[in-house]
Design a protein around this ligand. Structure first.
Ligand SMILES: NC(=O)c1ccc[n+]([C@@H]2O[C@H](COP(=O)([O-])OP(=O)(O)OC[C@H]3O[C@@H](n4cnc5c(N)ncnc54)[C@H](OP(=O)(O)O)[C@@H]3O)[C@@H](O)[C@H]2O)c1
Length: 275
């Protein structure tokens, strides 16, 4: 058994902490917070990042209570700023922290269509959802490849599979995340490094809010904790892609066999629920 396997096994048995260090972006709420709690319970040290320092510090304090032997570092950063991802990489390198798991989770959705969205908002969405994720992947992938060990999970969405006329830029940004992640996963076959795309459907977080949650049948909405668990399992299995939840898997399997014009039309109808 390799030392990596041994440490994973002992951590899974709850005996020894220290399976490595995970960087979680967008850790201040929702799916990112659920990932942080799960990873701490699984024995990982953490680097948590987002803009809201108060939320990150509250999470850090709560994790220190639950898992006192874990190291949890908070680095506040706006990843929608042009230099945000680079500054985050520099800070982690300066602190000499080796990242074994990267959870690229931070993301935003706009409910406005492209032509009603101003340039600043478009720029911020693209920088956060696409550029920052790409730069963080690039930076830590190089380090992981030189050690031949590491895992990256990029949070895409089921919106990655089809155009959503009412959430056009968001769905397109997630299609980018899915495509890049699957390409990297194929490139890295046979190495000690893997990239996984996680595609959640509707998840009960601040992003969808209460009004959308009330218009959709409950079986289509998952909790952030369940989504993070699915993502973690897929990451540890080095899967290329995981769609979370049975209802989402069924819906996407059905959609695979439908003509594109129908899918475009349904995407438009679904978007109306999101207004
Ligand atoms: N909820 C869903 O139905 C759903 C479905 C599919 C995919 N997803 C994806 O899941 C991921 C997490 O979203 P969520 O549902 O958990 O929503 P959320 O609760 O709103 O979390 C979004 C996270 O991203 C961070 N963030 C936003 N803008 C940022 C910025 N400029 N710089 C750094 N961090 C920023 C937020 O922290 P701060 O505000 O503190 O910066 C927050 O921690 C996103 O990529 C989203 O696209 C969500």
């Amino acid at each position: 058994m390799s030392s990596e396997d041994a440490s994973e096994q002992s951590a899974a048995q709850g005996s020894t902490p220290g399976r490595g260090t995970a960087l979680v972006t967008g850790a201040s709420s929702g799916i990112g917070e659920a990932f942080a709690r799960l990873l701490a319970a699984e024995g990982f040290n953490l680097v948590l990042t987002a803009r809201r320092t108060d939320k990150l510090e509250a999470l850090q304090a709560s994790l220190a209570n639950d898992a006192p032997s874990m190291e949890v570092k908070v680095i506040s950063m706006d990843l929608a700023e042009a230099e945000g991802a680079q500054r985050l990489c520099e800070e982690i390198d300066r602190l000499d922290i080796e990242i074994d798991l990267l959870i690229n989770n931070a993301g935003v959705m706009t409910r406005r269509v492209l032509m009603d969205t101003d340039r600043d908002e478009i720029q911020q969405l693209l920088t956060l959802n696409i550029t920052a994720l790409t730069h963080l992947t690039h930076h830590f992938l190089q380090q992981m490849r030189s050690r031949d060990y590491g895992r990256i999970l990029n949070v895409a969405s089921i919106a990655a599979f089809h155009p959503l006329s009412g959430a056009d830029i968001y769905a397109a940004s997630k299609a980018y995340v899915l495509s890049l992640s699957e390409a990297l996963s194929a490139q890295l076959q046979g190495t000690g490094v893997s990239v996984t795309a996680l595609c959640p459907g509707l998840t009960a977080t601040d992003m969808i809010g209460d009004s959308l949650a009330k218009t959709v049948p409950p079986f289509f909405i998952q909790s952030a904790e369940v989504v993070a668990r699915e993502g973690f399992d897929a990451l540890m299995n080095r899967e290329a892609m995981r769609i979370s939840g049975q209802a989402n898997n069924l819906a996407l399997t059905w959609a695979k066999h439908q003509p594109r014009w129908l899918i475009r039309g349904l995407g438009g109808m679904m978007s109306k629920f999101m207004q």
